[in-house]
Structures are given as structure tokens and as C-alpha cells.
Write a protein that binds this ligand. Sequence first.
Ligand code: PEP
Ligand code: MG
Length: 279
Amino acid sequence: HRADLAAGRALPAVTRDGRTVTLLANVATAEESRAAVAAGAEGAGLVRTELPFLTAADWPDEAAHAAALRPVLDPLAGLVATVRTLDFAPDKLPPFLTAAGARQLPPEALATQLRAVVAAGAATRLRVMLPMVESADQVEAARALLPGAVPCGAMVETAAAVEGIDGIAAAADFLSIGTNDLTASLLGLDRLDPALTPARAADRPVLRAIAATVAAAGRHDRPLSVCGDAAADPHAVPLLIGVGCRILSVTPSALDAVRARIRTLDTAECAKAAAAVLG
Ligand code: PEP
Ligand code: MG
């Protein structure tokens, strides 16, 4: 079965009615980047950068960022590389932060990382993505620190982001829905709650928020991807397609199965299924 799926790598990720879905990968290591390219991803829709620093004594300097990031980005030369800035959280906490302070990346720490990202990603089709964005101001502040003309996007992963989606969409060059945190936020679940599964992105309040984000991206003519684990969930994928998502970023080991699933789908049927959930 795995061999059959891998054989499908030569086939495009196209629905039965001929709609192309762009498949990107979520990566954090060089090995994952290589696996993503081998499995036919068009690039990385999410490069997580906080993982090497969970045991760091202090904010990483530019050299530390570069050392961590270069091996991850090297296999992505010529491809889309969507590098997310540090996303420490209560469940991803380095010793120099408290849970309460985890979400505030000081401007100096952000500026340092952005310089390193732009240098390390020079051979890629680089994009920078900000986690936990709740206002257009955050996008504008980050863009002001970003050297060059690198696209700057916003993750949509909180109820507040969905409420302010038009302002955020206007300020950002692209949007990416983080269904892991968005589902937790909208359903009032802790990120570590076992009830928080990727399939819960198909719950009505979450799917409504996703549909509202897709609509805002359309109004502002911004590319929109989904990079939470729902993008690889067999139950959620048809509903994401049904509300108009056309770019999915998934863990490399899921690329073959997601491509095969997309090739079984019809977008009109997906839209009907989504409409039934949205009510
Ligand atoms: C998400 O929240 O859906 C996401 C992709 O980011 P992370 O899992 O790293 O919080
Ligand atoms: Mg998140």
C-alpha cells in the first residue's frame, strides 16, 4: 500500500473534476526537508524554527539561527520555503521564558532572527510567516524589521485573528491557517487535551472560521494555505477543499496519502459536505 502511494508521486494532486491542489510540507529538520522534496512537495509551507532552542539558555543570536536553519533550507533551494518566526508557547517553552511571556517575541529577538532567515534562505523562494498574529500592527511591525522584499505572511490560529481577519489579510502578503491552535482556541480546549484531534477542525465553529478566512483571503487577493494537522486528516481534507482551500501543507510522511485522497475527491461534492457542516 505504501509502495502504491509512493508510485502516485508522479501524478499531480488534482481532484476528479480537475482542480489542482498545491501540496507543501511542514518541516523542522534537514531530514524532513529532504523527505518532503523526495515525496514531491512543491516546497515548505511551514518551517518551524523554535525546536532547536527549547533548551537554549537565552535568545539565539544570528549565528545560532543560521547554524540551525541552513541545513533545513539547503534541500529547499529553488523551492518555496515559508519560515515561521520563533513560536514559543506554554507547551514549547525554553528555560529563559515563562509561560506568560512565551508569546511575546521582543523586537530585537525578532530582528535578529529575520536577518538570519533572509541570509540562510537566499537560495530558496523565501517567505516569512508570523505565528499567533492577532492584528495588522503585528504584521506591519515585523515587515519593518524584514530586510529586502521578502513576502511576510500571517498565521490565522486564534479566535481574535478570525475576528480581525480583514485587517490582517490587508496587511499580510499571504495567510496560513494553523488548525491546531485555531481548533483549540475556538473549542476552548487546551493544546495538550487528548480531545483536540485534527478532525475537530471539521466542527462547525472551526470550519466556519476557516471559511471566513478563505473568504477574506479572496477579498484581498492573498494566497491562503492550511498548515495545521487537519490538512492531512482524511475526514477534514474534503471539508477544507469544500470551503475553498487549495494549498495544503502537511508533514512529509503524509504527502503521499493526502495526494491520493485529493485524487478521489470532487470539489462540488466537497462543497456540499462543507455546506452541510456550516449550516
Ligand atoms: C498550528 O497551530 O496549527 C500550527 C501549524 O502550528 P504549531 O502546531 O506549530 O503550533
Ligand atoms: Mg500554532
